[in-house]
Write a protein that binds this ligand. Structure first.
Ligand code: IVH
Length: 678
């Protein structure tokens, strides 16, 4: 029998133990400066676990014992990010950085006075961490930037991640709600040690730290993630219930005070200093414990950065300055020919495997047949290969001095290497095409794109299965996926009941995807996530898009004449109309959400900047922002002289005071609706 007294005493001891463990964990994993031995640390964990076994009712979610405690899950749930998780545009030379600076200076003259923060760019995976009342409550991947996958239980296993934000020495309390962003990765040393262990055990080794980290974070069983040496660095506050810091410097200081590990940084007074900081980072590129692929240069002033806006998914207020490309030489063993989604034939170099900056390269693109002849590249040549960041490696050219005379001149195929039909060359283009619309290679590529994560996101439909479906003749176009039956799948190699059922369920679930995703999934030339989103903001459904003319599409911001033409052409093609009809009959016919569009007067809030605060009754935090943007207005997170209106709901907090002190008009949601004629 547990007496109340014993329970109380144990609860108190557990409180002490958790605090001690969290503290020593922080010393070890964040500061890299332990105060006690591993043995002493293990004793604390042992005591904690013993008490928790005897008193399971006293286990809390932030207990260190819960890091690897969760059960495996079937799939990851989706998590909406509280603000878009943006990416970065790239610079490859100092000139690109200076051009970026000039561009943003033209947009806002405050850039002339701006300070910069420069950090190494960690080649890991973005993670978004949520804290409620200072306790780690949810963690997500970046996903498409708006919605990610819930990997809370996996992130919990990372020792450098604080499960609870302690009250700081200066008495700084964490805000009630805090969302931070950073990078999860595996250090080079840990990666090498892991591969060594795998090799000794006769298992397959990993390619590079980034792939290993990605694979580890997306394990359905947290116990597997826990076995991988993942760690973290945080650099951004995405959202908080309190006022957000106004500079990057302040953000990093605040993150550090809350016990988060942060990257090293340079504070620079002007753009030339920032370029020097990059050069310093380049010189030390091999000294970082993690794999870095460049430096990030960020405008320090966050409100200036925000006001500069976003191009696609890239904020104007920061830029990734990539490390110089690395070049090595190796032997060109063979040239093969791939058939792409549009039927274009692309020669591919098969190389003697070579390590370029930590990545083993076995293949490289040769662009097109003309490229091979212009550079006089021959099979058997020693060739120079270049890899720059995440760009596909390519062949610069042959090393002529290494020629032996044994090299063989490549002869382009006269027929498609997949379907055997003759290939064609369009006037004015360098590319050769397989024009057989029934060519299985094209269909396979199309399907691969259709089911991919940014498109229909059909989980469990990998390339092998796509190939099986096409080769067996079960799937002749993308819409055929929706007529597949469980019994059909059971005829394929490697399919048992459960797998077939899961796949059918996954396909069924994809019918609920948004208009933007379906448009992206169609694989129209030039229409990716961004353009698909633009189309879905203007049209209600696929029928409206297919009926729209060139002129109408071309007037949409962000869509130029070439893409507009490609869209019109795609919808006019009879085979595509057939596919659309089939999709419609199968129930893949998303409607853009109502009221977003029907009663919108697009430009009515043009040139007006809004800040929203407090709880609204008719809108959620996100939907009010969307509503303002749809009417052409801007939304900012903090009140400044540039704010035109503050939309205030219940419990508005400090933003209201600030707006009042600056004399900014304060309106409620009804008045907002009235402004938009609604
Ligand atoms: S800042 C809007 N800082 O690089 C702010 N990103 O290529 C955008 N990354 O998606 C991010 N290290 O995942 C920032 N010190 C760093 C970074 C960093 C790595 C990643 C990040 C981003 C990607 C863009």
């Amino acid at each position: 029998m547990k007496s109340q007294q014993t329970t109380n005493a144990m609860q108190a001891r557990l409180g002490e133990l958790r605090k001690l463990i969290n503290y020593h964990n922080y010393r070890y994993h964040v500061l890299d400066d332990p105060e006690i031995s591993d043995f002493e640390f293990d004793q604390l964990i042992k005591e904690l676990k013993n008490i928790e076994t005897l008193f399971p009712e006293l286990v809390t979610p932030d207990s260190p014992s819960q890091r690897a405690g969760a059960e495996p899950s079937e799939r990851f749930n989706k998590v909406s990010h509280p603000a878009p998780i943006l990416s970065l545009s790239n610079a490859f030379e100092a000139q690109d950085v200076r051009a970026w600076y000039e561009r943003i200076l033209k947009i806002d003259e405050r850039v002339a006075e701006a300070d910069f923060v420069v950090q190494p760019k960690i080649d890991g995976l973005t993670v978004v961490l949520h804290y409620q009342q200072g306790i780690f409550s949810q963690g997500a991947t970046r996903g498409d930037g708006l919605t990610g996958e819930d990997i809370t239980n996996n992130l919990r296993t990372i020792k450098a991640l604080p499960l609870r934000i302690p009250v700081s020495d200066e008495g700084l309390n964490p805000p009630e709600y805090l969302v931070v962003r950073g990078e999860a990765f595996i250090t080079i040393k840990d990666f090498e040690a892991l591969n060594m262990r795998l090799k000794q055990a006769g298992e397959k080794v990993y390619l590079n730290p980034r792939n290993t980290a990605a694979g580890s974070l997306r394990q359905l069983d947290p116990a597997l993630t826990a076995a991988r040496p993942l760690t973290l660095l945080l650099y951004e506050i995405v959202d908080a219930s309190s006022d957000l810091p106004v500079t990057n410097q302040e953000t990093l200081n605040m993150l550090m005070k809350f016990g988060f590990p942060i990257p090293e940084q340079f504070y620079c007074r002007n753009i030339e200093d920032a370029i020097s900081a990059y050069e310093n980072i380049v010189r030390r590129r091999d000294e970082f414990v993690f794999e870095a692929d460049g430096a990030v240069i960020k405008i320090d002033d966050l409100s200036l950065a925000r006001d500069l806006g976003v191009v696609g998914k890239d904020p104007r207020g920061a830029i990734a300055f990539k490390f110089p490309a690395q070049v090595v030489t190796t032997q060109l063993l063979d040239i093969t020919v791939n058939v792409g989604r549009t039927g274009v034939l692309t020669p591919q170099a098969i190389l003697s495997p070579v390590n370029i900056g930590g990545v083993v390269v076995k293949q490289a693109t040769l662009h097109n047949f003309d490229y091979i002849f212009d550079k006089d590249i021959r099979i058997g040549d020693r060739v120079a290969v270049k890899r720059a960041g995440d760009v596909i490696p390519y062949i610069i050219g042959p090393i002529l001095s290494a020629r032996t005379g044994e090299e063989i001149v490549f002869i382009p195929p006269q027929a498609c290497p997949v379907c055997g039909q003759p290939v064609e060359h369009l006037a004015g283009e360098v590319a050769w095409y397989c024009v057989n619309s029934g060519c299985s290679a094209q269909l396979i590529r199309n399907l691969e794109h259709f089911v991919s994560r940014g498109a229909m996101d059909i989980v469990g439909l990998g390339i092998r299965i796509v190939e099986q479906l096409v080769e067996s003749g079960m799937v002749k176009d993308i819409a055929d996926l929706y007529s597949l039956k469980r019994a059909d799948l059971l005829n394929l190699d490697g399919f048992a009941d459960k797998k077939a059922e899961n796949l059918i369920e996954s396909i069924e679930r994809s019918k609920g995807q948004s208009l933007a995703r379906v448009v992206n999934a169609l694989g129209i030339h030039g229409v990716g996530e961004v353009v698909a989103g633009d189309l879905a903001n203007v049209f209600q459904n696929l029928e409206e898009i297919s009926e729209a003319g060139f002129e109408e599409i071309q007037t949409i911001e962000g869509i130029g004449p070439n893409i507009a033409q490609a869209i019109v052409d795609w919808f006019e093609r009879p085979s595509n109309q057939q596919v659309l009809n089939k999709l419609r009959r199968s129930g893949v016919w998303p409607q853009q959400r109502v009221n977003e569009l029907r009663d919108v007067i697009p430009g009515i809030l043009k040139d007006l900047t809004f800040v929203v605060t407090g709880t609204l009754s008719e809108f959620t935090r996100e939907s009010v922002k969307e509503y303002i943007k749809l009417h052409g207005g801007r939304v900012s997170d903090s009140v400044s002289k540039k704010t035109n209106y503050l939309v205030a709901g219940e419990n508005p907090g400090s933003k209201l005071e600030k707006a009042e002190s600056l004399g900014i008009p304060i309106i409620n949601e009804i008045e907002l609706r009235e402004m938009t004629g609604g």
